[in-house]
Every structure is written in C-alpha cells, then in structure tokens.
Design a protein around this ligand. Sequence first.
Ligand SMILES: C[S@@+](CC[C@H](N)C(=O)[O-])C[C@H]1O[C@@H](n2cnc3c(N)ncnc32)[C@H](O)[C@@H]1O
Length: 666
Amino acid sequence: MSANPRPEGLTSRRADRALSVMSKTYNMEAANDGEQINPHGSVCLEVFHNTWVEFYEWEREYCEAKLAALMSERRKGASATPTITATATTARPTSPPGPIWVIPCPQTIVDLSGVLADFDAAPQYESCTPLNGNVYVGDDPDVMPFLPFGEEDWDGSPLPGGGRKRFSFEDYIGEYGQLAWMSEFDDPDLDCILYATTQRLASMSISYAQMDATSVFARTPRLPLLSVSSGDHPGLEARAAKRDFPPFPTLPSTPTPRPSAPSVLSTLKTQIYPLFCHNLTCIRHICPTHSEDTPYPHATAPRRKSAQLANDDPTPDLCSPTCYRRRRGLHTEISGTIPMSSSSSSVVSPPAERGRRGITGPSQPAMPDSWSAVDRDTLITLLELDADAQPCDLAILMKKSCNDVPSARGATADLSGVPKGATRVAVPKESAAAQNSVPADVPTVHAIQSNVLGVPLRILKHRRVSIWLLYGQQLVDVVKSVISPETAMVAVEVRRSAYGYGLFLKESVLAGEFLMEYTGEAILDPTCISRDYIIAHRQRNYLFALNTTLGVDSSLAGDPSRFINHGNPPDLVDGYVGAGDGIANVYSHVEITNGGHGVVLYADMDAGTELLLDYGPKFFKQVHGGDDDGDKGENEEEKEERQIALKYKGYWDDDPEYGEAEEYKE
Ligand SMILES: C[S@@+](CC[C@H](N)C(=O)[O-])C[C@H]1O[C@@H](n2cnc3c(N)ncnc32)[C@H](O)[C@@H]1O
C-alpha cells in the first residue's frame, strides 16, 4: 500500500540500544544503591523492550489500516476526488529524566497517500470520550487544561458598542494553579506498553509483587506500577481501569468488561442487600435513621401462571404485534380470569411448550435455544425478586422476544413452581383466589420491588432497572448491569442539525418511553465554575444539573444524548430569546440510576425526528451572552446566579426523594 520506504529495522535497532542503556542504568543504579541485582530485573527489561518494539510496529500498521477503512466508504461514491499524498512523521515525546525514558524515541511514519482531500468541514463541537455511566470526577486537578489561542475571539464578530469580546484569560488562569504544559506529561502509549508488559510477565508466572520488587518500572515517580501510587499519582492499574486501550494483543479489550450479570446479582443478594437501607430514599449502606434489619426477600413461588399473567396487564396496547399474548388472542378473545389448571383447554401452550410436549410427554417447557446461561440466571433472579412479573415486562427487561419468555419462565420452575435456584418457601395449598391475594404480613413482591427495584411498573415499562446503593464506601453497579447500555437505549444517530450537531431517532418510541441516560463527568461546583469560562467562550454548554452538589458535564466524556439540542416548551408561545423555533419533545428527570443520581430522558415520537429538550428559560440569556459585556456588568450576586443557572440548566426534580447526594457532601 505504501509508496514510501518503511524504516525497516529502525525501531528495533533503537529499541536494542534502549535495552542495553536501560540494562546498564538499571544494573548500575542497583549496584550504586548497594542493592542485589534482582533476578527478575533483566527479564522485565527484556519483555518491556520487546513489547515496546512490537507496540510501535503494530501501531503504525493499525493506524494505516484504520485510515484505509475510514476512507473505503467515501471512495465508493467519489472516484474522481483528489487524494493527499504525504507522509506524516510523528516523533515520540522527548525524554524527561529516568531510566525508562533514556530510550531514544522511535518515529512513527504513517502513510497518508490515498487519503481523500475533500473532507467536509464538520460543525464545531467538543470532542468527547464515550461513556456508559457517569464518572465521578469531583474537582478537576489544579492544572489549566485549555488555553485558547489569542486569535480565538468571542465569535469573531464585532460587539455592538465596538471592539470585540475576548476570552477572559486573567480570570480563567486564576482558577488554576499551573498551566498544562508546566505539569508532567503522561504518555498514554507508555501506559499501554507497560500494561502489556505486565500482562506478559504475569503469564510467565512473575507476580506483580516480583515485578514491583525489581523496581524496573517504578524508578521514576511518574511510573508507579500496578497498584503502587506515589504521591498523587495513581498506579498503573488504577490508570488502566479508567481508560480504553487500543486493540494491541495482551491489552484488555475495550470497553473494560463489566461484571457479568450473575455475579452482580449474586453480590446483590448475598452481600449488598443485607447492608442496604430498605428505605428507597435513603442512600446509606448502614443507615442510622432507618436501622431496621432488612433481610433479602425470600423467593416465593409464583402465584400466577403465564397465561393468567397475560390477563393482568392493564396496558395491553404497549405490546408489539409479535407479542405472544396477541398471537394467542389473549388480548382480544379471552376476558376474565383464565382457569388456573394448566390442563385447561382454553389455555393454548406457547409454541416451545407444545413442541416439547410432543416429544417428551407432559414435561417442563425448555429454555429457548437462543438463551444463554447468563440469560437464564438473570431470569431466575428477576423471578426471585418478583415471581409474578409480567412476561411482557420480563421480555422488555431481558430484551427477549415475548414469545420466548413464557417457556423460559416455565423452564426455570420445577414441579412446585419455585424458580430454580431460589430459596424455597413453603407455599400453602390454598384456593386459587387465596393464592392470588397478597398476604399482608409477608414481604410481597410489591414490597420487594419497592425496596430493590425502585418504582416497579414505571421502571419495567421504561426498559430499565436501576438501584442506588452505597457499599463499603463505593458506589456499586447493581441491577442495571442486567441490561447492557446498548440494549437499554433506543437507536439514535448524530447528524448535522440547525445548531451544529443534533440527535435523531432511528426508531419510533412510545409516549414516555425511556430513551437514555445523560451521562458525563459528575463534577463539583468549583469545577463547574472553572469550566464556565470555556462554555462561554465556545458557546456550547454540555453541563446538566444533577443535584444540589453535582453537575453532569458531557463536554469531555458522555454519550449521544449530549447532542440533544434545545426545543421550546410546547406551551410557550414565543419561545425563549435566541432559542430557535423547535419544540421540545424530550423530557428529563433526575432518577436513581446505577451508581448514583442520573439524568434520564423520555420521549414520544417517530423515527427520524430530532430530539429536542427544553434547556430552561435562562439558558440562552445567560449562557450565550444576552448581556453585552458578559461578566463585566454583573455584580457578584448576579454572577453567582448566572453560574447556578448554568449548572442547573436542566429541570430540577423537586421530588424530595431525589433531593441531595449525601455521599458527596461528606
Ligand atoms: C448540549 S449542546 C447540543 C449539541 C450541539 N449542537 C453540538 O453540536 O455539539 C448545547 C449547545 O448546542 C447549541 N444549541 C442547542 N440548541 C440550540 C438552539 N435551539 N438554538 C441555538 N443554539 C442551540 C448551543 O450552542 C448549546 O450551548
């Protein structure tokens, strides 16, 4: 592919030299320090050296392949488009002191021949790291991360009174202790190489402790290995947990896998639930106010058979045409209570059940072939929490076909009807009517749902189960992991819109349906304030109110919901000044989601529609400089009010249940 000569051997010659320098330095320093040469030291050095060489060889090929893949789509319709012929040469960063960094830096040469020249200029937008949940940042480090160029005026246009509005450098710099270039450079490639090295060494049965003991990797304060932290610098493992890796062999695949559903759910059952305050509004794991003991609810036998449950749903219209209940005519043809007996002639078995009966006689229905062991465990746990959960709700939660759920549900039950794996509780043999009534003194499925799953129906209908827990001072993802973020979110795409980019639906959604969570960095007030300068300068605000303590900012990390533009409230005749003509079709709500408060978005509309959310009355006036001289004309009180409005541009949820994030106050 490349017309340019590749620098064969260059990288490895340099790396060879580097190894010899490193070995000498290592041995010399160890000798100087009177240390014994660690027998693992040379192995660590050699593996590091080889990994370094391989990484940069791989990186060049990877970048070229990526470029080619990115261009292939464009080429299809653009045969005559001119191409760039050039070779980009990037040098690795030069060396700060330290044994590892005496390595002469190799050059990476990326061949750009064949890259199309006519890329469309994209609308301005902030780059963003993808997230599938809020990350708690709190306060930014005391380092100024952004230095606008001198020529970047407010927006390039003259102000009404003459002159041009410029970025307020002095105020902005005052927010930080030092400038970014004054702080030490953390090379992300070096973390990749180090991490891959440690994985390789581990596979050679060299333990992390042994690697650390060589001190090969820990000689400079910037490179503590694994969990070792020096000063404010987190160890390699802590850094690795917070980043995505490129797909270099032996690096963890991205995104970092979340704990699998069974382990999350069994943790919930055995470890977290007993510590969790049963009061839904309480966020403490050991709660001094609501101190009652709340044991994990006993699984109860289902009181209803699938066919009966089909009749319970008060909102049958929510079902799709493929719903098993529709196919069996249950919505329209059967009214009243379906007889309890499975031998009742009016109850038609779902296809899977019928098939099994034909072969094996009157045995249990089987798990559908497409269901994995994790699916099965998830279903069992959900049935343990609510043995009589609606099959259609389960189908939504599990993202499975409605038709599959009844047979899967049947397959989890043994003859007495208790889900397999559940703690058995004797179910008195009573009349059907008595079984259907909920005894007052037993923690019922409704109580269980209130305690564990939050508001049951709403959550079930909105495709998500979320729970908020503090466990051992850590925020723990619990049930939401059952549903992967991808499947819990409706299909959307980011396209150009009237205001830069916008977010559009790719599938129709129902009234009030859960769309997605607005994720980003959960930041505290001082960080909100220091980021205000950038917001005002770029005139793009991605900061959303979360609670009294935190804002969620998706300017640096977030999900596609960050592209939702503003729409005026439908009942506001003239809209807000400077806010365009669009009408809001999305509403937001602060709810308890996995790991803490989260902003969630709901909607009602057809595929292709652009999602628009009402940013609130003050947003455009105060964020987008309705005031001619910006901050200058404000007194302190006005400034504070503006900053608060900025932070809380979203809707306040004044429900006391979601009031304050106590854990962040401490
Ligand atoms: C959360 S971002 C929305 C995504 C943004 N359009 C982008 O391209 O990244 C909010 C910013 O979009 C712009 N915006 C959104 N809705 C707008 C509207 N109705 N009128 C003018 N600007 C709008 C403003 O710059 C606002 O600060």
